[in-house]
Design a protein around this ligand. Structure first.
Ligand SMILES: [Ca+2]
Ligand SMILES: [Ca+2]
Length: 75
């Protein structure tokens, strides 16, 4: 019974995390610079840690552009 409850809690938690909608790229780009700084990306995607965001910077320019953001949000 305890295991069932644990499994249900986990399923509920995963469902909640999955249901969270990420802000649009425009909303995430707080200073409207056309790209997201690491700080902007961290605010927009609080479920991702810094390493995940840095990994999402596919072209390594230190910022998350719209395409990179879409991949981060989608993946
Ligand atoms: Ca920005
Ligand atoms: Ca980039």
């Amino acid at each position: 019974m305890t295991r069932l409850i644990a499994a249900l809690s986990l399923a509920l938690f995963a469902g909640t995390a999955f249901a969270q909608t990420a802000p649009s790229f425009e909303q995430a780009d707080a200073d409207a610079s056309g790209s997201l700084s690491l700080e902007e990306a961290k605010v927009a995607l609080p479920t991702l840690d810094e390493a995940a965001i840095v990994a999402g910077d596919a072209n390594n320019d230190g910022a998350i552009d719209a395409d990179e953001y879409a991949l981060l949000v989608g993946g």
